[in-house]
Design a protein around this ligand. Structure first.
Ligand SMILES: [Zn+2]
Ligand SMILES: [Zn+2]
Length: 247
């Protein structure tokens, strides 16, 4: 049996006795018998010291919970504000020169649906547009880049962009260029290989978007160097457009 004693007081008459801290339920010391017989109902004694202790413990528990919540929140905030997280928030939405990735993708996808049927490989593009009128989703690549403490981005290898044709998803590195985004969109539109029809489609899209003629006189075969040829010819226009947009 618990030998610890507490003073129990009747709330009505103030009469107090010493009894165990946890008396049995049927222990008559729990109740003030004179007050009970007077009122006709059991009048329970209370132990002020125990009540105070209970309140204190409850307060302690509440403040411990509060502290725990606070430190958890601080931990989450810290995790959210790493250079990496900040870069993820920015560059999942914004490409080179501040280009709005989602808006540009939607624009190019819509443009591609109007590709002339005479263009090489356009039947694939038309079929894909019939099935998927909504633009592909563009996500930031997880690997291949690192954010520095000063907010700059260091690429650590891998490709600048990837097209998951079946999933209708494009993955890009931070600060994706217009040219790379367009390149991946052409893949999604049904052009799997970097062949002539691929680059004809990319050329058409570039010319339509930037209202210009892309000079292919230096192109003798098809491969990544063609992307650089396109890029060189449009860089000024791209910069002018998106820098203006970002202001
Ligand atoms: Zn009493
Ligand atoms: Zn490619």
């Amino acid at each position: 049996m618990n030998s610890k004693q507490a003073r129990w007081k009747c709330p009505n008459c103030g009469d107090g006795i010493l009894a165990p801290q946890r008396p049995r339920l049927d222990d008559i010391r729990r109740y003030c018998l004179p007050c009970s017989s007077k009122s006709g109902k059991l009048v329970e004694r209370i132990a002020p010291a125990l009540e105070a202790q209970r309140t204190r413990r409850k307060e302690q528990r509440t403040s411990m919970k509060k502290k725990k919540r606070q430190s958890q929140r601080r931990r989450i905030e810290r995790a959210e504000n790493t250079p990496r997280k900040i870069a993820e928030r920015i560059y999942s939405k914004q490409g080179e020169y501040g280009m709005n990735i989602e808006r540009e993708t939607a624009r190019l996808w819509k443009m591609l649906s109007k590709m002339p049927a005479t263009l090489a490989g356009s039947h694939r593009n038309q079929r894909i547009h019939l099935n998927r009128p909504q633009p592909p989703k563009v996500q930031l690549k997880v690997r291949g880049w690192r954010a520095e403490g000063d907010g700059s981005i260091r690429t650590t290898g891998g490709t600048l962009g990837l097209a998951y044709m079946g999933q209708h998803i494009i993955k890009v590195a931070p600060k994706v260029s217009w040219e790379t985004l367009a390149h991946e969109i052409i893949h999604i539109a049904g052009y799997q290989y970097h062949d002539r029809s691929f680059y004809m489609a990319l050329k058409w899209l570039t010319e339509t978007r930037w209202k210009m003629i892309v000079d292919f006189s230096g192109v003798t075969s098809y491969g990544y160097y063609v992307d650089r040829i396109i890029e060189q010819q449009i860089d000024e226009k791209v910069r002018a457009e998106f820098q203006k947009e970002g202001e």
